[in-house]
Design a protein around this ligand. Structure first.
Ligand SMILES: [Zn+2]
Length: 457
């Protein structure tokens, strides 16, 4: 699997935690980490000079890989009142048609696309565990193993988050037929985590877990899992994505979903609240203080008509956030960050919402998503810093917009005026995975994926 080994990189421009630096020499260690960084250096013999500005690759904190196969196929109008809930019926149809080979092929294609979009790592929120009628595979971890394989094949870093899912709504409502492939009781779920822990460790992948939502688990089930899970990694949960969820939560408990979560669960830096779209001022302030990451998926939230996260106030209060691609109607850093800012502008009818006076919006939101993404996937360090994993993006220095830009203009051009094609090369853990816009297994991955799409037609 080792491709293009490198020991020392030289970048004319590199985005360090302190900002853009020039003539930067970066030494890598044998495990794919950053051993040293020196600025204002002459290029030395044996250095590999990168072909454009060097930035950190971001972690994508939220993915349901199989949904990439249906992206773009839920855009036919129904009753005139289409919503997340009608989209979900289309998603359940896809679930009923895919087998483990298909899921691995879809995930490999998706992870390759994510690499090309500027992500070096993905947190896979994995709830498709069983066959269409709910029967477990002979190895109950089969679907998880396919995700681990797809990440290994493509070389993207993985935080695997098996998802606990048991109910259709608040208060332990019995699941419906479409949800059968997702279901566990706590004991079987804990056994899945036990089985996956050594495999992830051997692969250099991180294991956390998720509770699908407050709809899908009772408080007792959540507490059992929290107490007994043999996993120290991140904990993710979908919360307050839809106003209907807020109404159902109020009807069930008298409390809103984020309010309930913060009251009843030990939410801290280990947690990632996916979406958290619908917040009162008090919920927003409490979430910001908790140290948890808000996992925002702006393209999916726009596609599903979810709503707009209150990012201006939340960031001003020190809240942490990162970005995910969720249903994968978009797969790039640029598209998600651009939509994050644009949602705020459209709501407020003002420009440049997420940066302070004089600051670059591109740099501000890139830096926030870098730090929040790393935390949400369980990494202790982020960015181009000694001790961090060597996950880099090389922007195309031959692109005139990039060639003529300096400092944070590079990020603002990439994120607001260009797109995924700006990403030329991508390194993960010290190895090049994308070179000049291509993955070394591109043809094989595309062929397998095309077969799946033909089957789903
Ligand atoms: Zn999701």
């Amino acid at each position: 699997m080792a491709t293009f080994p490198v020991n020392r990189l030289f970048a004319d421009h590199a985005l360090l935690p302190t900002g853009w630096a020039q003539n930067v020499a970066i030494a890598l260690d044998a495990s794919g980490g950053i051993a040293s960084i020196a600025t204002d250096q002459p290029i030395a013999d044996g250095d590999e000079r990168v072909a454009g500005p060097l930035a950190p690759a971001l972690a994508n904190l939220h993915s349901h890989a199989f949904q990439r196969a249906m992206a773009g196929l839920a855009e036919v109008a129904g009753s005139g009142n289409d919503s997340f809930w009608t989209w979900r019926e289309e998603m359940y149809r896809t679930v009923g048609l895919v087998n483990p080979d298909d899921v691995e092929a879809i995930a490999a294609k998706l992870y390759m696309e994510m690499l090309k979009g500027g992500f070096g790592h993905v947190a896979e929120f994995h709830y498709l565990h069983h066959t269409a009628d709910g029967t477990p595979y002979s190895d109950p971890a089969e679907m998880s193993l396919r995700i681990l394989n797809a990440a290994k094949t493509t070389g993207i870093g993985l935080t695997h988050l098996p998802v606990f899912y048991a109910h259709a709504n608040f208060g332990g409502v019995a699941p419906n037929a479409g949800q059968r492939p997702f279901l566990h009781d706590p004991d079987r779920f804990l056994a899945l985590l036990e089985r996956l822990a050594p495999l992830c460790r051997d692969n250099g992948q991180t294991l956390g877990y998720a509770v699908h939502s407050l709809r899908a688990a009772t408080p007792e089930e959540m507490r059992t899992i929290l107490e007994r899970a043999p996993v120290a990694g991140p904990i993710h949960i979908h919360v307050a994505e839809q106003t209907k969820e807020v109404e159902d939560s109020l009807a069930w408990s008298g409390r809103r979903p984020v309010q309930w979560l913060l009251d009843e669960m030990p939410v801290d830096e280990r947690w990632c609240a996916i979406h958290a779209t619908h917040l009162t001022d008090d919920e927003r302030q409490r979430l910001a203080r908790s140290g948890a990451v808000a996992g925002l998926c702006p393209a999916t939230e726009a596609n599903l008509g979810d709503g707009i996260f209150p990012a201006v106030d939340y960031m001003a209060e020190g809240g942490r956030l990162g970005i995910g691609t969720d249903s994968h109607v978009a797969t790039s850093v640029a598209e998600e960050l651009r939509l994050l800012e644009y949602g705020q502008r459209l709501r407020d009818r003002r420009r440049n919402r997420l940066a302070g006076p004089g600051a670059s919006v591109g740099h501000t939101i890139f830096d926030a998503a870098l730090k929040g993404g790393a935390q949400a996937v369980g990494q202790n360090t982020s960015g181009i810093a000694v001790g961090a994993r060597a996950d880099f993006v090389v922007l195309d220095g031959a692109n005139p917009y990039i060639a003529a830009a300096s400092g944070n203009q590079i990020l603002d051009r990439w994120l607001f005026a260009l797109g995924g094609e700006t990403v030329r090369d991508v390194m993960v853990a010290g190895q090049w995975k994308i070179r000049n816009g291509r993955h070394h297994l591109e043809e094989d991955i595309d062929r397998a994926f095309a077969r799946v799409l033909m089957k789903l037609k």
